[in-house]
Design a protein around this ligand. Structure first.
Ligand SMILES: [Ca+2]
Ligand SMILES: [Ca+2]
Length: 426
């Protein structure tokens, strides 16, 4: 039978806590301790697992009534406990971390696992309810968090050599313990019997919460109504709204055939072959890509850019999924006027997947113009609305039809020029 001292001063000033602990015989009503980690809340929970039910011969109550108890944890060396929360019983944060010979030199004289430190969480000795005990059903005692995630946190097993080392070095009892009504034979006046049997299961392995980012991409251009031959400057801005820093960020863009690239520059990373490799973006940081393009065709030219890669999970968008409504997707357009000669017609065409289409001429809806194509025989400004169009207002870029410099009407053969508008990439 091992005899341990109640409360011992450590190095003159440190107290380990007010647990009452004589080493006693083991009660027939035993418990185990277990520790688990929940990634969603980044919290550890320590549980007691009874090997018996309440009520029982020692305890006629439905509930188990606990007195003192101690849970000693075997911890990573940089372990810092925070937010200790009692769940059943009132538990005290460890007063000190043990096992470091640099701060407690006598530990150097003893053999134990020096890759870890140790700390004890003690329950206030007053009797309190744990609720009903059912054999093999865990009851949560307390939870806590740590300032980092550097390794497993274990319950100190009964066989751990640190128990003997702490006692020999500083007369400290660090052994896990548990005392309750069910552990003590009723009517007797003998010493309380210990109920802690052993730890259950492996230690709790923490996992960092996954990093989260919010990349937002916007596009704009400086001239929505250029002539063929004009330069159009396209600007793409990517910002990380956090909450974590982003790495491995890449943007993919698509230049329409009616715009020719004439030059590019960016505040970070490099741009080549439609890929802007950005790299890291701190929280709140923005980067800018500027493309200089030359208009080489009439009609609407759609430019589309989207975040195509990032190492972290974006909270509200997915890279490279092509959904225009997401905030990592940007589209903008420019349109050189379409030339129309007298006696000719132009067929305007939008993506065949658009529904509930309505065409407008000079801001007025055209009766019956609800198809994804529109035959135009007069000059004007044409727009459309559609339920599922990327530019749902239809105001993204008007299609402007102007009178062309044509051959005399009398010698021209009437012909329909089919111009298929380059719709936004879906
Ligand atoms: Ca986003
Ligand atoms: Ca996306």
């Amino acid at each position: 039978m091992r005899k341990f001292t109640l409360i011992m001063a450590l190095a003159g000033s440190l107290l380990l806590g007010a647990f009452s602990s004589f080493a006693q015989d083991l009660s027939t009503n035993q418990v185990k301790y277990q520790i688990t980690f929940d990634q969603a809340t980044q919290s550890y929970t320590v549980w007691v697992i009874p090997m018996y039910n309440t009520p029982n011969a020692n305890n006629p109550s439905t509930d188990e009534m606990g007195s003192t108890a101690q849970v000693t944890l075997k911890i990573p060396k940089d372990f810092v406990m925070k937010n200790l929360t009692s769940i059943h019983g009132s538990w005290r944060k460890p007063l000190t971390i043990l096992g470091n010979p640099a701060t407690h030199p006598k530990f150097a004289n003893y053999t134990y696992d020096k890759n870890f430190y140790y700390c004890s969480v003690g329950k206030e000795p007053g009797e309190s309810s744990y609720g009903k005990f059912t054999a093999n059903t865990p009851v949560a005692l307390f939870s806590f968090q740590t300032t980092g995630c550097t390794g497993p946190v274990e319950i100190l097993d009964k066989s751990d050599p640190f128990i003997a080392a702490a006692y020999k070095a500083y007369s400290l009892n660090v052994e896990c313990s548990f005392y309750s009504r069910s552990g003590q034979s009723s009517g007797g006046n003998g010493l309380p019997t210990e109920q802690f049997l052993q730890m259950l299961g492996p230690g709790a392995q923490c996992q960092e919460a996954p990093k989260k980012i919010d990349l937002v991409l916007t596009t704009s251009l400086d001239n929505k109504l250029p002539e063929v031959g004009d330069n159009v400057k396209i600007t793409v801005v990517v910002k990380n709204n956090g909450p974590d820093n982003a790495t491995g960020v890449q943007v993919k863009d698509a230049l329409p055939s009616g715009l020719e690239i004439a030059g590019s520059s960016s505040t970070q990373g490099s741009y080549a072959n439609g890929i802007w490799t950005i790299g890291s973006l701190a929280v709140g940081e923005s980067v800018v890509l500027t493309l200089t393009t030359k208009v080489v065709a009439t009609g609407i030219q759609y430019y589309v850019a989207e975040v195509s890669k990032a190492d972290q999970e974006d909270i509200n968008s997915t890279p490279d999924n092509g959904i225009p409504d997401e905030d990592d997707y940007g589209q903008t357009c420019a349109g050189a006027p379409i030339l129309l000669c007298a006696g000719q017609a132009v067929e305007l065409s939008i993506a065949s997947t658009y529904t509930n289409v309505q065409w407008f001429k000079d801001g007025t809806s055209i009766s019956g113009a609800n198809s994804t194509t529109l035959k135009v025989t007069s000059t004007g400004t044409y727009t459309f609305t559609a339920t599922n169009a990327g530019c749902s207002t239809g105001a993204c870029c008007p299609i402007i039809v102007v009178e062309g410099n044509c051959c005399p009407a009398e010698i021209c053969v009437p012909v329909t020029i089919k111009r298929v508008r380059t719709a936004a990439k879906r």
